[in-house]
Design a protein. Sequence first.
Length: 243
Amino acid sequence: MNILDKVKIVLVETSHTGNMGSAARAMKTMGLSNLCLVNPVIKPDSQSISLAAGASDIIKNAQIFTSLEQAIADCRLVIGTSARPRSLQWPNLTPKECGDKIIQEATENADVALVFGRERVGLTNDELQKCHYHVGIPANPDYSSLNLAMSVQVLCYEIRMSLLNRQTVLTSQCDSAIQFPKDEDIERFYQHLEQTLLQTGFINANHPGQIMGRLRRLFTRARIEQSELNILRGILTSIDKKL
């Protein structure tokens, strides 16, 4: 399952088709592809395709709904974007928290939606009340003018970073299950290796340090596992027997 396929980017009553294309481009650069348009003032056209700049497939596959309720009907988590404080207090997220929350829910196979409002006025209070959380981008208070595509880019970036961080954690957890040899076992291997290479004549008995130093660096960089160390010791033992 592609986790990002569970994430909907919902644009409500977008008035400029070019913004749809730019938003699609922002989505695709971050690996998202599920674009939903709610009651667009103008349906996607050649300008939206042009500004998509290689993400025209997202525009062509975009779903169009007549209401926000329809667009988010199958979603278990809905987060609405809001650029300014509202009279009604609501749970708020930072962009990073938003990305983490979306990936957490999507990982559990839940459809989620990130909703963006109109270019000039954003989402209405009624629309924001349909969202479980609100998210705002902490831009420069003296000039907080982010256009629609920029906002989509910032939040899609946070979604992607959350996914990559999750994958890193899972990889680390897998690594932690691997058994690595003790330092004393590694040292016995180096002693065994040096003795065998001396017997084969590969290293000079008077100057073994240079080659052994490079070999130590090689195996340290590789960070060999216990099973791999056992194989290497077995190889050396077989050479010893032949000698």
